[in-house]
Design a protein around this ligand. Structure first.
Ligand code: 5RP
Length: 262
């Protein structure tokens, strides 16, 4: 990899641990003002210091995130779907040019792929096109394995999705935890970060985080399980303890409860 690609990757996967805690706040690209992100700036600002990277769209980045931030940005560059046409969520395009991503000085870009969906080829084409552009600029590409409507989110499906994304040139892959997660990791030649998924009790989310790290994930890219937590900053700190300090679930949950009450 060229210097620029390595340097950008090190802004995401921190050199001291090789891991990352990413905060996903890109939900509005297809969900609109979803709960917890009604006012993105107010949600993001207190959490930024605890995120190794933030995953926004360019609109939220430009309008809601201070350019003074020292938190790396992984910019969502695919979209074109909305909950108003929920049957067509896989019908994505590339929404943001590589030139704009570079001008926004981001550390990486993110593209969703919908393996097994009606628009499988289109989303894999999107990923391929973004990778073809990204490598010219030393820009890492994070493939986000969205789950096709009729697909079963098991290790067989996620292994296929992650490996295909890596084969097409993704530098990192974001995918869900599942039973047999270590097989998903083993079959994917690039780093995997665990997607947070729908909001679940904090201890359960910390348990999934711990299992994913033990299973070989290099971190997490969490949104709803952070910003919909009763104590988002405390949850970020607890997730960081597992991802960067090898904390146990109990240690992290104790930290969450201590920080929650601070
Ligand atoms: C869609 C996405 C979401 O926009 C978001 O990044 C998901 O984050 P979380 O599941 O942790 O709320 O990636 O596929």
């Amino acid at each position: 990899m060229d210097w620029g690609m390595q340097n950008r990757l090190s802004q995401i996967l921190k050199p001291d641990s090789g891991h990352t805690v990413m905060l996903a706040v890109d939900h509005g690209y297809f969900q609109g003002p979803t709960s917890g992100l009604e006012e993105p700036g107010k949600t993001i600002e207190p959490l930024l210091p605890y995120a190794d990277a933030l995953m926004p769209t360019r609109g939220v980045l430009r309008e809601c995130v201070s350019p003074d931030t020292q938190t790396s940005i992984v910019l969502r560059v695919s979209g074109g779907n909305t909950m108003a046409r929920v049957d067509e969520l896989s019908d994505e395009i590339i929404t943001t040019s590589m030139k704009d991503a570079v001008s926004l000085n981001v550390a990486g870009v993110a593209v969703s792929v919908y393996v097994g969906s009606a628009h499988q080829k289109q989303t894999l084409q999107n990923l391929s096109d973004v990778v073809n552009q990204a490598v010219k600029y030393g820009m890492p590409v994070l493939a986000v394995t969205a789950v096709g409507k009729d697909m079963v989110r098991d290790s067989r499906y996620l292994s296929l999705s992650c490996r295909v994304a890596a084969e097409l040139g993704a530098h990192m892959v974001k995918t869900y935890y599942c039973e047999g997660f270590e097989d998903v990791v083993r079959g994917c030649p690039v780093p995997i970060v665990m997607a947070g998924g729908k909001k679940i009790p904090e201890k359960d989310a910390l348990t999934l985080t711990h299992k994913a790290i033990q299973g070989g994930a290099k971190g997490v890219d969490m949104g709803r399980n952070i910003f919909r937590s009763e104590a988002p900053v405390a949850m970020m700190k607890a997730v960081r303890a597992i991802v960067h300090e090898n904390a146990s679930v109990d240690e992290a949950f104790d930290l969450f409860n201590t920080e929650k009450n601070t």
